[in-house]
Design a protein around this ligand. Structure first.
Ligand code: SF4
Ligand code: SF4
Length: 320
């Protein structure tokens, strides 16, 4: 017996998600195929080798879970009441992507997925497979989120919900259970092009197409080693990630904020100056990175970013 959609969604909210929907576990979803073109064009920059290794799986969920029939998508609002980076460009503040301010979302959301799966097992006598990923699996979460009715993929490449905005974490549970599917969301970007115009490095090369070679988020989070000569000056005061193409989006102008303690800014990264963070010892920074999504960039990456941001601040003559 299948689990009714309303009950699944109510339980998802009960365990801490803001939205939940179900999409078919199908390789036929039209938006899945662009990933291969995007890789071929070299837009994945230094991520190409590891993304290419799992490209087949990213194009077909059955290569991830052969018995998959449904993809449950969860969305969690991480927006808080702090101002956007575009509203406080003082030049000395270390800009950190909003999603990394609180606890490491992988850990928090994986345990909420487990709670949802445990509840599902209580609801049916059918045995079923369930595989959960929070941004860690070879699955194109945004495409399934679109088909699960959570929101549309904006011209800034983010998943946008007309109720919550785009500051949301996405997670997926692939399952062999046949569940009722939701209706795909409509694209509500309309004629707006704010994100394309606001990107400081022209990384959005056309609507919905990101060239990571130009993106501050890619360089400050994913790139390993020193910056190429022309990159350091382009990251501005961004010490980890960049939110500009989301901050200018009208769908985030009045987006609700979350009161979940997990996403509230940790003191270690909240409104800190570049100089202040540079002055922290390796031991202190390591402690600050503990249980934070920012540990993806590793201590060396954060130090590299801080050094470039400090140079940029000096060049602009930004006073502490
Ligand atoms: S994250 Fe920043 S650099 Fe990357 S596309 Fe968005 S605005 Fe541009
Ligand atoms: S800024 Fe405009 S074009 Fe860009 S994602 Fe938001 S609504 Fe779409």
């Amino acid at each position: 017996m299948s689990i009714p959609s309303e009950r699944l969604k109510a339980q998802a909210v009960a365990v801490g998600f803001d939205a939940c929907g179900v999409a078919p576990a199908s390789a036929e979803l039209q938006e899945l195929s662009f990933f291969a073109t995007w890789l071929e064009r070299g837009y994945a920059a230094g991520m190409t080798p590891w993304l290419a290794r799992t490209a087949d799986k990213r194009l077909d969920p059955h290569l991830v879970l052969p018995t998959a029939q449904s993809v449950i998508v969860t969305a969690t609002n991480y927006n808080t009441d702090r101002p956007f980076s575009i509203d406080c460009r003082d030049g000395v503040r270390a800009q950190i992507a909003r999603y990394a301010w609180g606890e490491d979302y992988h850990r928090v959301l994986a345990s909420r997925h487990e709670a949802l799966i445990a509840w599902m097992r209580e609801q049916t006598t059918e045995s079923f497979d369930a595989l959960s990923y929070v941004d860690t699996g070879p699955v194109q979460e945004r495409v399934f989120a679109l088909h699960a009715g959570i929101g549309w993929i904006g011209k800034n490449c983010c998943l946008i919900s007309d109720e919550v905005g785009s500051f949301v974490f996405l997670g997926v549970i692939l399952t062999s259970l046949p569940l009722p599917f939701d209706t795909p969301a409509f694209d509500l970007c309309g004629t707006c092009t704010r994100c394309l115009e606001a990107c400081p490095t022209q990384a959005l090369v056309s609507p919905g197409v990101l060239d990571a070679n130009r993106c501050i988020s890619y360089w400050t989070i994913e790139h390993r080693g020193d910056f190429p000569p022309d990159v350091a000056s382009r990251i501005g005061s961004h010490v980890y990630g960049c939110d500009i193409c989301q901050e200018v989006c009208p769908w985030n102008a009045h987006a609700p904020t979350s009161s979940d303690p997990a996403w509230q800014p940790r003191a270690a990264w909240d409104f800190r100056s570049i100089t202040d963070l540079r002055g922290r010892s390796d031991e202190e920074l390591r402690e600050d990175l503990n249980a934070s999504a920012m540990k993806r960039a590793k201590l060396e990456g954060i130090r590299r970013n801080l050094a470039a941001a400090a140079q940029n601040a000096e060049r602009r003559g930004a006073a502490p």
